[in-house]
Ligand binder design. Structure first.
Ligand code: SF4
Length: 220
């Protein structure tokens, strides 16, 4: 890994540790997968909210390999089924996801439409593993807010085929209205994917959240 990037990841990792999270640095996708594997035990129950980063690292494949008890929300046929599966995900041993942004001073920023992922991060399983490409490291919370409005949300709405202003225009309507830095400013669409906003700072439960910082671009 290039020296400047290595130093940056080490600095962010140190600040995450100061905020009572565990932090790991992976050179690339393959090492990120190895670190995640080392944090899991065969037979344990695991869940994810669906993540491009986890797929890109081969971690989704690992979780569904049969070595773990994978609680799969996509198995739900009715909305009641899906809701029950979300409930089951709360009592799994480990929840895995990425983060929309990580600030240089070790704060996580996440925005959800359904809010299942932010609730899992805030108060779900006793272990949460996040895999984060270096492209998601931002200077501060203002940059984190802008990152979601100009990169994460537009790309995710296109990926999910959701008809919103950002899926068509490539940025949140709040940016076009000059209200970009207002966290909850956004569109009026019923399909809006920005509804719940979670800032994870200093944690009370030391080591519950584990962040694997990766020296490659991953996800949105
Ligand atoms: S509030 Fe609406 S337009 Fe803005 S980023 Fe979210 S989904 Fe896109």
């Amino acid at each position: 890994m290039e020296q400047t990037l290595q130093a940056k990841l080490e600095s962010v990792a140190e600040n995450l540790r100061k905020n009572s999270m565990e932090a790991y640095i992976a050179e690339d996708k393959a090492e990120a997968k190895e670190i995640v594997e080392s944090l899991l035990r065969d037979g344990m129950s695991v869940a994810t909210g669906g993540s491009v980063t986890l797929s890109e690292c081969g971690i989704t494949e690992l979780l569904t390999s049969g070595r773990y008890n994978f609680v799969d929300r996509s198995k739900g046929k009715t909305s009641d089924d899906v809701r029950r599966l979300y409930g089951e995900q709360y009592s799994t041993d480990t929840y895995l996801c990425s983060s929309n942004a990580v600030t240089e001073d070790g704060v996580l920023y996440n925005v959800d439409g359904n809010s299942n992922r932010v609730s899992m991060i805030a108060f779900g399983p006793s272990s949460v593993i996040m895999v984060v490409g270096y492209n998601k490291i931002v200077k501060d919370l203002s940059e984190a807010i802008l990152r979601v409005k100009t990169i994460a949300a537009p790309k995710n709405t296109v990926r999910l085929g959701i008809d919103t202003y950002c899926s068509k225009c490539g940025e949140c309507v709040s940016i076009s209205q000059g209200k970009g830095s207002e966290m909850s400013a956004g569109c009026e669409s019923d399909s809006r994917i920005c509804c719940s906003y979670l800032i994870s700072g200093k944690q009370r439960h030391k080591g519950r959240i584990k962040v694997v910082l990766v020296g490659e671009e991953l996800g949105y």
